[in-house]
Ligand binder design. Structure first.
Ligand code: SF4
Length: 432
């Protein structure tokens, strides 16, 4: 959307105080995310009421989900752009300028135009690349398929040329994302095609790290493991949403895999990919989750030993199958279970950090630390941006986008500290 707006002659500014118009892109798949979106919209509605901005447009899942209510309840909103209509964003601004109050809410399912404009909103040394939009799974708790439509894949040539363009603009790490990245290829080629895509992306000159997020466990095939085991550019880091460790709950969630198969997949991955870091997400408090189910989840965590994880309390979303299941769990019990699971996972993360003390890790510098002016923040293969911890390095001469080797000297729950290793492993400093 930023690319399309810039192409239409708008200037994209980094600070709302410099802006005359605001576009709020929203997430609406669980109540907490929707609340965050609503809070942002109300903040900008207030700015508009006080004359600080002229235009307020709301895009994305929340617009798609609450179309009529939003226009009615928040009169400061000038236009809505739903999940099937992102391409209309520039037209929406033009029509608002002409005095209209348009609402672009059609069928969900939109793919960015190939070769279309893009404004990268991350620091330029790393970028996310969407390989598909939508999801064709039907997990019983999830609204995403109805908000984003069935999975649609981009052609692999288009993804590779986008990565080439990003590399030319300075990206050193690309992070491939979608709702279900392992299903990439089914919609466009009739078969999963992630392994072939990864091989191509890993060969793009200038890209030194390729990371993959959201790999559905049942589609982690031998072929995919081969690529991870043989491509040095592909980071040994897999984000595998597993959601639960009780087969009864997995069935109620309509996940297409059992506890034992997930354990087998993780064991096989670990035996084939040295140093593999597994990230997962889990849900507690799903309707009908008994103490026994929760104990199964804890023993599952002990078996899989994920180095990274997030635990979420089940969010009952209107329109999902899970919302009408019996035996909903009270919020206090669900929170208590979340706390217990998080404690166990924090312990695993700390042990992983401690096992790294004394090792030398290649890191990519993100920039100065907010916490101390004596530190820089960097990440190794084991830390994905935004979701994982960091590697803190005591050298403030480092620049964003610089690779260097550090010796790990300390570890706390989610972060580690390291000191630069002098010598040929350190890249010459480039002015950026
Ligand atoms: S795979 Fe993920 S996005 Fe798709 S339905 Fe399941 S939870 Fe939702």
């Amino acid at each position: 959307m930023l690319g399309l707006l810039q192409q239409a002659g708008h200037e994209v500014v980094p600070d709302v105080r410099q802006a005359r118009g605001v576009l709020v892109n929203t997430c609406g798949f669980i109540a907490d995310a929707a609340q965050e979106g609503v809070d942002a919209i109300l903040r900008y509605a207030d700015m508009k009421a006080r004359g600080r901005i002229d235009v307020l447009i709301v895009a994305g899942c929340l617009a798609q989900r609450y179309r009529d209510d939003m226009m009615h309840e928040i009169p400061e909103i000038d236009a809505l752009v739903g999940t099937g209509d992102f391409g209309a964003v520039a037209e929406a601004f033009s029509r608002v300028a002409q005095g209209d109050r348009p609402s672009y809410i059609g069928e969900p399912g939109w793919l960015a135009p190939e070769g279309g404009p893009r404004v990268v909103s991350t620091p330029r040394h790393y970028a996310y690349v969407k390989v598909s939009e939508g999801c064709s799974n039907r997990c019983s708790y999830c609204l995403i398929p109805s908000l984003r439509g069935p999975q649609k894949d981009r052609p692999s040539e288009a993804i590779v040329s986008e990565v080439e363009r990003l590399a030319d603009e300075g990206a050193r790490e690309v992070i491939l994302v979608s709702q279900d990245t392992t299903a990439y290829g089914r919609a466009i080629y009739g078969r999963p095609a992630l392994p072939g895509l990864l091989r191509k992306v890993c060969r793009v000159p200038g890209i030194e790290w390729v990371r993959v997020l959201y790999t559905y466990p049942s589609l982690i095939t031998d072929e995919l493991m081969d690529v991870f085991a043989s491509e040095p550019t592909l980071l040994p880091y897999l984000d595998i949403p597993m959601q639960h460790g009780s087969d009864r709950i997995l069935r109620a969630m309509r996940r297409k895999i059992t506890r034992q198969r997930m354990i087998d997949v993780c064991n096989r991955l670990r035996s084939r990919i040295p140093g593999l870091v597994i990230r997962t997400s889990l849900i507690v408090g799903f309707p009908g989750e008994t103490n026994a189910d929760f104990r199964h989840l804890l023993s599952f965590i002990d078996e899989v030993r994920p180095e990274r994880a997030g635990v979420f309390v089940f969010s009952s979303e209107e329109g999902t199958e899970a919302a009408v299941l019996p035996d909903h769990i009270g919020p206090e019990l669900a929170e208590e279970r979340r706390g217990i699971a998080m404690e166990r996972l924090a312990h695993l993360s700390r042990s992983f950090g401690q096992s790294r003390i004394g090792t030398i890790q290649r890191v990519l510098v993100d920039g100065p630390s907010d916490e101390s002016e004596l530190l820089c923040v960097a990440r190794s293969y084991a830390e994905a941006p935004d979701v994982d911890g960091s590697v803190f390095v005591g050298d403030v001469t480092l620049r964003p986008g610089q690779f260097l080797d550090v010796r790990i000297t300390d570890a706390v729950e989610y972060d580690v500290a390291g000191e630069p290793v002098e010598g040929p492993t350190r890249e010459p400093l480039e002015e950026q």
